[in-house]
Write a protein that binds this ligand. Structure first.
Ligand SMILES: [Zn+2]
Length: 74
């Protein structure tokens, strides 16, 4: 029983740097607390505003699923 699982790496959303996904990495998926703060700051400054077109498409899809909940399975 050797623990040879490779370390899972994720890309930091802020700087795209590969960073290990582990319990020790408290800032995951960010590579550092600095990148974490940068990302949070961008959310707060509305630069991540969701395009209206995307949200309209999502509404159409979810509406179809609600109308025909069984047809997609049977
Ligand atoms: Zn980073």
């Amino acid at each position: 029983m050797s623990k040879s699982n490779p370390l899972t790496l994720v890309s930091c959303p802020t700087c795209q740097k590969k960073t290990p996904w582990s319990n020790e990495n408290i800032d995951r998926p960010f590579c550092s607390s600095q990148c974490k703060l940068i990302d949070l700051g961008e959310w707060a400054s509305e630069s991540y505003a969701i395009p209206q077109q995307t949200s309209e498409e999502d509404e159409v899809f979810s509406e179809e699923l609600v109308v025909n909940p069984n047809k997609s399975f049977l």
